[in-house]
Design a protein around this ligand. Structure first.
Ligand code: AMP
Length: 548
């Protein structure tokens, strides 16, 4: 037929166009060591044009991979736009990888340039001389501080490069299916795998974030993302914010200082916060300690791991409404969001919000039997691997790593085990590799952790399966007591608390108290590290586990 709609390419260039033309006065605020740095969208987009000139002079061509090793700050945001809008591919390096993994990701992506925050020079220096594809390194300095000693050769200075360039760049025409960005999975097993986002996938994902039943992100919002910009592109939020014209608040470096984050959210009027549960556990502890409230915050996006009930209840009591989302690097990452449906009883609202939500518009899901691969019913009982498809779901990995992840009929196998109920709500049971197989039955480590973390004296709990001669595996819980209950909380108290809440044969064989649960580079519980160091079960337990 004639007269069809235009075949308009869905690219990050359109997002940039909106930022320039429609939201000039909006602010991006970064907390730096030398105070708050404020840039308007107008200023930022001018700098993005300058950066595009600089990248071109440095020889960057369409399809080239350009890496960043940076914290959450406005210069990183400039790179987020200039690199893909130029047709090159933004590769956000995970600054918490071990040197061998960092080296692997740079080599695997064949990065040509690296932009590095000056405070991360020593991280990059660990791979000096081992990354031959990299022609040039550009350092981003905050002030005129001296750089630490390094063997990275001659470094260019970011601000000097920008100063020399005009603030108008003529962007090339791009194919919406071209690569825009890439991120490596956190690599809990084997080498990290490269996930490549296209312009189209980023664009559509950003549109989805703006939808009312997703985050309803709007121009009125001020977003403080506490998810690193190397983790699934900060959950795609930097592009969603640009599309909506919202205010962005960046913490720059952040680790565990909840007090500083609360101060920043408060002073800058944050309306929307985003991060993984471990961030909010500490955040909530601090809020309670100080008796503070963040009245401007309308929503706290929480994902990356299951939200423990105690956390959601605690946040509710602190006036912070939490919304639960599920996804992974391979799903850009938002796959489902925990909105409550109008026909469901209001008294069940908390139960519903604790689930991983319903697929967002654009994403289709199904569950498949772990043994046969056959599709399972949505009855809230049958559990199987989540498989999904949609315009922002990976079809494979860079360099064809792990080709088994796509089913024959084109669905992505996530490795997450879940039930789905008749209303479409997903409840994650576990990761396929974390679910505990005991005497031929499954135990959900996630559910057990949630049950233990509901104990008022428990701060964190992480459960793993430990080999057992008779039952194959048995659960062992690693528990961190709240500071005020340290040295006082007993194993018996936890067992008593769990009685009647989980099946008897789910009760952990051992409860081991530790000072802190080890965390992955994206602040999740690091079960791999716990497993590697786990003591075997004590002999008495190993011989006589509870009957299944
Ligand atoms: P990553 O690619 O590092 O973001 O990790 C993705 C994985 O985190 C998923 O495959 C899940 O196992 C886990 N995950 C993400 N969101 C949730 C959630 N809301 N509840 C439980 N697990 C989650």
């Amino acid at each position: 037929m004639q007269g069809l709609m235009q075949d308009y390419p869905l690219t990050t260039q359109h997002i940039l166009w909106r930022m320039e033309r429609l939201y000039g006065p909006k602010e991006i605020v970064t907390k730096t060591d030398s105070g708050l740095r404020r840039v308007s969208y107008q200023e930022l987009t001018g700098r993005i044009h300058r950066l595009a000139h600089a990248l071109t002079k440095l020889g960057v061509k369409k399809g080239d991979r350009v890496a960043t090793l940076c914290w959450n700050n406005y210069r990183h945001l400039e790179l987020y736009y200039a690199i893909p809008c130029l047709g090159a591919v933004l590769h956000t390096l995970n600054l918490r990888l071990f040197p061998a993994q960092l080296e692997f990701t740079v080599k695997d992506a064949e990065d040509t340039l690296i932009f590095v925050d000056s405070s991360l020079i020593s991280v990059l220096n660990q791979v000096a001389g081992k990354i031959p594809s990299v022609r040039q390194i550009v350092v981003i300095k905050d002030g005129g501080q001296e750089l630490p000693e390094h063997q990275l050769g001659e470094l260019l200075d970011y601000e000097t490069l920008l100063q020399q360039e005009p603030d108008q760049f003529d962007w090339p025409r791009l194919d919406e299916r071209a690569a825009a960005a890439m991120c490596y999975t956190s690599g809990t097993t084997g080498n990290p795998k490269g996930v490549v986002y296209s312009h189209r996938s980023q664009f559509l994902h950003a549109m989805a974030v703006l939808q009312a039943d997703t985050l309803a992100l709007s121009e009125q919002d001020a977003l403080l993302p506490l998810v690193p910009m190397f983790h699934a592109n900060s959950w795609g939020l930097p592009y969603a914010v640009g599309l909506a014209g919202a205010k962005m608040i960046f913490p720059d470096r952040f680790a565990g200082d909840s007090q500083a984050l609360i101060d920043l959210a408060d002073s800058e009027g944050a309306t929307l916060l985003a991060g993984v549960p471990t961030i909010w556990i500490n955040f909530l502890t601090q809020l309670r300690k100080d008796g503070r409230r963040l009245n401007n915050v309308r929503l706290v996006l929480c994902g990356g791991s299951a939200v423990p009930r105690a956390l959601m209840e605690g946040m509710d009591a602190a006036g912070l409404r939490m919304i639960h989302a599920w996804g992974m690097t391979e799903t850009s990452p938002i796959g489902s969001v925990g909105v409550a449906r109008s026909w469901l009883p209001r008294e069940q609202e908390l139960e519903i919000r604790l689930r991983q939500g319903v697929p967002v518009p654009g994403v289709e899901i199904r569950i498949a039997d772990l043994a046969t691969g056959l599709e399972l019913p949505w009855d809230g009982q049958a559990f199987g691997e989540i498989q999904c498809r949609g315009p922002w779901i990976a079809s494979g990995y860079h360099n064809n790593a792990d080709p088994t992840r796509l089913t024959e009929d084109g669905w992505f196998r996530t490795g997450d085990v879940a039930t789905i109920d008749q209303d479409g709500y997903i409840s994650i049971v576990d990761r396929t590799k974390d679910v505990i197989k005991s005497g031929g039955e499954w135990i959900s480590s996630v559910e057990l952790e949630g049950a233990i973390m509901a104990h008022p004296k428990v701060l964190e709990a992480c459960v793993i399966g430990v080999d057992h001669p008779k039952w194959q595996e048995r659960p062992v819980a690693y528990v961190v007591a709240r500071p005020e209950a340290k040295g006082e909380l007993t194993e018996a108290e936890i067992r008593e608390f769990l009685a009647g809440k989980v099946a008897d044969w789910w009760l952990p064989d051992e409860i081991r108290f530790i000072d802190e649960v080890p965390k992955t580079s994206t602040f999740k519980f690091d079960k791999k590290a716990l497993r590697a160091d786990a003591e075997p079960l004590h002999e008495s337990q190993a011989a006589e586990a509870p009957p299944v």
